[in-house]
Design a protein around this ligand. Structure first.
Ligand SMILES: O=C(O)c1ccccc1NCC(=O)[C@H](O)[C@H](O)COP(=O)(O)O
Length: 217
């Protein structure tokens, strides 16, 4: 039996990877616009990657502290359903981006300790969704997609006024436990379904989604 758990697969780079994610049962497909990432896509690559995404599956652009010029180009060049802000965007900037582009915005918040819970409450007031990810290590090259989990007990049993997604170090071996422990109804994965950085593996994506959706509510 399948539950209603919704899975986002992030860092898809071409139409074949996107098709495999859709086939696996992803509810969201993520495109990373961050040049230092092995998952980075240009606007042209992103547009051709999502050309055949069926209606009902959300196409998400991930950006990191993007300015209006970059966002104008991304939103103008790629058909999108959501923006994911994965940098140090302030609540005011989140509100500004929402108003300027008219797209739902998901704010990623790095979680490492109980002191980060206040941030989640603050962003819940301005974002349409929250994404709880592990805080990147101090010298990390990437602000996300590092395959690191945070202590799920920090968010277990908590509630927010907007939908939220659990991310960070998830893979087929731990996603069921993560859902059970946190009560997440949405999960996000990137490196846990890759065969190499930036290369999504169709079987790993299928196994991940099946494992997540096998969880009972
Ligand atoms: O994935 C990237 O390369 C990336 C680059 C810059 C900012 C964020 C990035 N990824 C964020 C994601 O949405 C990941 O899915 C999330 O951090 C979980 O990643 P992982 O731990 O590898 O599953």
């Amino acid at each position: 039996m399948h539950s209603d758990i919704r899975v986002k697969i992030c860092g898809l780079r071409d139409a074949a990877m996107v098709a495999s994610a859709v086939q696996a049962g992803a509810a969201y497909v993520g495109l990373v616009f961050f040049p230092k990432s092995p998952r980075h896509v240009s606007i042209e690559e992103a547009r051709s990657a999502v050309v055949d995404v069926p209606p009902g599956i959300a196409k998400v652009a991930l950006v990191v502290d993007a300015d209006d010029t970059s966002l104008d180009a991304i939103v103008g060049g790629v058909p999108l359903d959501m923006l994911q802000l994965h940098g140090a965007e302030t609540p005011e900037r989140v509100a500004e981006i929402k108003a300027r582009y008219g797209l739902p915005v998901m704010k990623a918040v790095g979680v490492a300790g109980s002191e980060d819970m206040a941030q989640l409450d603050i962003y819940a007031d301005v974002a349409d969704q929250l994404l709880m990810d592990a805080k990147p290590p101090r010298n990390a090259a990437l602000p996300g997609g590092n395959g690191l989990a945070f202590d799920w007990r920090l968010i277990a049993g908590r509630k927010w006024s907007v939908p939220w997604m659990l991310a960070g170090g998830l893979n087929v071996g731990n996603v069921a436990e993560a859902i059970e422990r946190t009560g997440a109804r949405q999960v996000d994965v990137s490196s846990g379904v890759e065969s190499a950085p930036g290369v999504k593996d169709p079987q790993r994506m299928a196994d991940f989604v099946a494992s997540a959706r096998a969880q009972e509510p």
